[in-house]
Design a protein around this ligand. Structure first.
Ligand code: ZN
Length: 501
């Protein structure tokens, strides 16, 4: 019977290979592909996706899974095999509930709606996008109806990105977060604003690139099993545990953009590089969820990368590289500039203190769009109202307001909360790490990251997707999702920076 498991692993390995080959073509598309390749590349990507999907829903896989379930029933439920079978079962059960016609209709709608969104954003023309978004909301509502036994209509959407996460759980945590974050922003708003103009001057691109590489090498990104390239939108992808790619973008007149993008992506990459090699070529060879993944990018980008300890080590080197810009500038001035809090209409430019407010706004709007209490036509007004309520700003137009993100045009509803979960998980972990490694801050001040990485390897990275996200949080923290460590972190850090009492 053990052979049945081998057969299942072989077939899953083939699916994995097809998917990673597709990812490699996508990576090439966003980095080096000449524009003339676009039409054929789209066909190649579609072919590979079709082949892997066919194998995934094949009778062969289904019967191998059935056999494997019998084999693993008598195993330790926490064994790799039992967990692999469980994850695959979960995935297939969900796939089977969604009719092929719906999948096709949605794919068609997405391609039209993405085009409409691009045009609408460019021309600040929400009415052009409105019918497409109405169609998309309808399709997503239909999708939720394929899962009638869910506690909440939003659960199956959330579950696509954050397996097992419950809407009510998120609601409770966000309800705790919202007033506290809104208050903090107001208090900060009453203080003297920080001048961050020192970050906005010419910085040679090559030097920015080299500095980023130097830092991530020190942090522990393994260049034998990965590389960094340039793309329009920084992201991380992997073609196996032995090949994890990150991309960044460098702004010639702004220091923050490239460096922090590199740190963010390296956080994702360390996670992928840290997965146990024997989980390779299976469904377990990836992060546990988007939220857990994002906790790792935020941990390195913000908790490490925007800390005073980190720049105590890195700033003298940065001053050497950019003597003209930073030579005479105190560490404290630089530290304050990279931590400037300023409510702005744009999510991707948001600082640590305001970021989650952008997410809570989207989450609320998604819920009301789906339950029908908000019509798409009224969305821009609702958006601007919430922006004012949460952040005290009103976007100058829809292009920088409701049209700023691509997600809804692609039918990605239920996705945004994972960004906020990442911030919360990161602070929950950070609290534990600081308790387990009392010398952490002193180590970071010396540019030593081995103990921190070792902790993350041991507690998080190695497991890949073996555990459900909340199970993993429970195993590591002994409790559930909590807003408190995040709020305590914000209060302490920005209280100090802005002199709040
Ligand atoms: Zn990320």
């Amino acid at each position: 019977m053990k052979d049945k498991l081998e057969d299942l692993r072989r077939l899953l390995g083939e699916i994995f290979d097809l998917e990673r080959a597709r990812d490699l073509l996508e990576w090439d598309q966003s980095t080096y592909m000449p524009p003339g390749a676009a039409p054929e590349r789209a066909l190649q990507l579609a072919t590979l996706s079709k082949l892997s999907h066919q194998k995934l829903i094949s009778g062969e896989l289904s019967s191998l899974l059935e056999d494997a379930r019998q084999v693993t029933a008598s195993m330790n439920p926490d064994s790799d095999d039992a967990r692999l079978v469980q994850r695959l079962t979960r995935k297939l059960e969900k796939l089977r509930k969604v009719p092929a016609e719906w999948v096709e209709e949605k794919a068609r709608a997405v391609s039209l709606s993405k085009q409409a969104w691009e045009k609408a954003r460019k021309e600040d023309d929400f009415p052009h996008f409105e019918p497409h978004l109405t169609k998309m909301v309808g399709l997503i509502r239909q999708y939720t109806e394929f899962f009638p036994s869910s506690d909440h209509y939003y659960d199956p959407l959330l579950d696509d990105y954050e397996s097992g996460m419950q809407t009510n759980h998120i609601r409770t945590v966000f309800a705790e977060l919202l007033p506290e974050q809104v208050n903090l922003i107001r208090e900060i708003g009453e203080r003297e604003p920080i001048d961050a103009s020192l970050l906005y001057q010419p910085f040679a691109e090559r030097k920015q690139w080299d500095f980023g590489l130097e830092v991530i090498r020190k942090i522990g990104f393994d260049f034998q099993r990965g590389r960094q390239d340039i793309s329009a939108h920084p992201y991380t992808t992997h073609f196996g545990i032995g090949d994890v790619r990150i991309t960044t973008r460098i702004h010639p007149n702004y220091f923050g953009s490239g460096f922090f993008a590199t740190l963010h992506e390296v956080g994702h990459a360390l996670y992928e590089q840290g997965i146990r090699p024997d989980l390779g070529r299976t469904l377990l060879a990836e992060g546990a969820s988007l939220g857990i993944h994002e906790s790792q990018s935020r941990l390195w980008e913000n908790l490490v990368g925007r800390s005073r300890a980190f720049w105590t080590w890195a700033y003298p080197r940065l001053q050497q590289i950019f003597p003209q810009q930073f030579g005479d500038l105190k560490l404290e001035t630089f530290y304050r500039a990279i931590n400037k809090v300023e409510p702005s209409p744009i999510r991707v430019e948001a600082d640590e203190a305001t970021y989650n407010l952008h997410i809570m706004l989207r989450f609320e709007l998604e819920l009301t769009l789906l339950d029908g209490s908000l019509q798409v036509a009224d969305l821009p007004e609702a958006w601007n109202g919430k922006m004012q309520e949460y952040l005290g700003v009103t976007p100058p137009d829809d292009a920088t307001g409701v049209l700023q993100d691509i997600h809804w045009s692609e039918g990605l509803i239920g996705y945004f909360p994972t960004y906020a979960l990442g911030n919360l998980f990161a602070c929950q972990l950070w609290q534990l790490i600081k308790a387990d490694i009392p010398a952490l801050e002193a180590q970071i001040e010396r540019g030593e990251f081995g103990a921190l990485r070792g902790w993350l390897d041991e507690n998080l990275y190695q497991h890949g997707a073996k555990f459900l996200p909340m199970e993993l949080v429970e195993r590591v923290t002994g409790g559930g999702l909590s807003a408190e460590p995040y709020l305590a972190y914000l209060r302490s850090k920005f209280g100090q920076i802005y002199g709040l009492v």
